[in-house]
Ligand binder design. Structure first.
Ligand SMILES: [Zn+2]
Length: 494
């Protein structure tokens, strides 16, 4: 029987403002869409945190036996500097400043994004669609919205009529904002004069003559509005109605509010059952900002090359640190926090290493089944990773108690205990044992070099000095020095 039939998840739903029982639309299947990055700069640590939250959710749903289709897009066009449809396209601006093609910007930062996520041991999504790969779908969607009376064209651009929409729908249903308040608080921005109302948002923008990222459409040569791509791509791959939509807290308004409005306007239905939002990441108690130096790039955590940290940390330690905060809490990134996490992580890995040596008894004095259920309960309660980690440390305590002989464990319980720890630590939290990996790497290298030392000795006995010198020289080129001594040959690496 699939685990999801026994383990019942509750999800904090931004739409209802409550923890709702999770029930997928199709039994056993989950459709999940997460707004991906706009690829115009190195991925921000705050984004890594958001995507890590959904990586763990994806992993847990899979662990429970759900067939999950996880779609996370790449925004490679249409995201302007200002959310109110003004300013330059972020990618086009970077391309102009660096005098390269926009698609070179996209390629560079998409590669960077994937590299960083791989380093942090993320699972790839099931589909990773791009905005520029779905221009046709976006144009079709705009046509439908216009046909249904919720879009209007002015000077080659198309806008969504928020005021008209709000008469029959609720614009603000997700962000809990009221249109009347928005009207009072919206400033008129330059370049918005085409709109009937400042609250309207762009579905299609006519490109200025100098704008190179442009596509033909019935209205003008231009580009789609940012909010539109997620509606087009989520509908295409997950259907008009799907289970989970996630993203960073900052996307709730206007981005996600607009997605709901677009779906409702085009299809007459609410697109998503569970809206999930990951909270922000701050650093040393303050907002991260390059200008003040209160900033770190993800890669700098691994090199230690940043004044905000005192040493380098492995990707698993950084991952462990981030998962010690619940995804809906603000995460404060600090050197002290990382140091404490490193200690905790090492303690956890050390204990896991001792699992195989534990002696079993006829009976258990520990209630392992209850402990296992507590681990599931933590994740079932809106994916509460800090509580899960606290339970894992209770497991570490058990390991020490069994080792010391103050508690006992049966063979069957030990098997379940081991399987549960491995599942939660490696499959669900996505940690790796960095220490073992490093040690294994050295062991493998050592084995290979020892073999070459042996072959070289044989060559010397056979007076094949050409071969013995070749082995020595080629190893030296690879950074491995052979040292011939009285005790035999040893090696060192540089
Ligand atoms: Zn989106």
């Amino acid at each position: 029987m699939e685990l999801y039939k026994q383990q019942h998840i509750k999800i904090y739903n931004s739409l209802s403002g409550e923890k709702d029982n999770f029930k997928p639309i199709n039994d056993g299947y989950v459709g999940m869409y997460v707004c991906g990055p706009t690829v115009y700069s190195n991925v921000h640590l705050g984004n890594v945190r958001t995507f890590m939250s959904f990586d763990v959710i994806f992993r847990y749903l899979k662990h429970l036996g759900y067939k999950v289709r996880y779609v996370r897009n790449i925004t490679d066009a249409g995201h302007l500097e200002n959310d109110a449809d003004v300013g330059e396209d972020r990618i086009a601006k970077k391309a102009r400043l660096e005098e390269i093609e926009p698609m070179e910007v996209v390629q560079r930062y998409t590669v960077d994004f994937h590299n960083i996520l791989n380093t942090f041991n993320f699972l790839p999504p099931s589909i990773e669609p791009t905005a520029t790969g779905h221009i046709i779908e976006q144009i079709e969607l705009i046509k439908t919205i216009i046909d249904n009376g919720f879009g209007y064209e002015v000077n080659g651009s198309v806008y969504f009529d928020v005021h008209k929409y709000n008469k029959t729908n609720n614009y603000g249903i997700l962000s809990k904002r009221k249109l009347e308040d928005l009207i009072h608080n919206t400033r008129e921005l330059e370049g918005q004069s085409d709109k009937k109302n400042p609250q309207d948002f762009a579905l299609w923008k006519k490109a200025e003559p100098t704008h190179i990222m442009r596509w033909p459409s019935p209205w003008s040569d231009g580009f789609p509005g940012w909010h539109l791509e997620c509606t087009a791509m989520s509908t295409k791959y997950l259907g008009e109605h799907f289970d989970i939509h996630g993203g960073g807290m900052d996307l709730k308004f206007p981005h996600h509010e607009c997605e709901i409005a677009q779906n409702q306007a085009a299809k007459g239905k609410t697109p998503v059952n569970y809206w999930m939002h990951a909270n922000m990441l701050i650093m040393n108690g303050k907002k991260m900002a390059k200008s003040t130096g209160n900033f770190i790039l993800p890669t700098e955590i691994f090199t230690g090359d940043n004044k905000n940290i005192t040493k380098a940390f492995t990707p698993s330690v950084a991952r462990f640190f981030m998962l010690q905060a619940h995804y809906r809490s603000i995460l404060d990134f600090t050197n002290d926090g990382l140091l404490a996490s490193e200690k905790g992580y090492n303690r956890l890995m050390e204990a896991i290493g001792q699992l195989q040596d534990l002696k079993t008894s006829e009976t258990s004095t520990l209630d392992i089944q209850a402990w296992i259920q507590k681990c599931y309960d933590a994740m079932n309660d809106d994916f509460n990773t800090p509580i899960l980690i606290a339970n894992l440390f209770e497991g570490v305590k058990y390991i020490n108690q069994i080792k010391e002989g103050s508690e006992t464990i049966s063979l069957k319980d030990l098997e379940n205990f081991k399987n549960t720890i491995n599942a939660f630590v490696y499959d669900i939290l996505g940690l790796k044992n960095d220490k073992t990996n490093a040690a294994n790497g050295t062991d493998k290298l050592s084995g290979a070099v020892q073999l070459l030392i042996k072959l070289r000795q044989e060559a010397r006995i056979n007076k094949d000095f050409a071969l013995s010198d070749q082995i020595r020289d080629e190893l030296a080129e690879a950074g491995i020095q052979l040292n011939d001594g009285k005790e035999g040959t040893t090696f060192s690496t540089n």
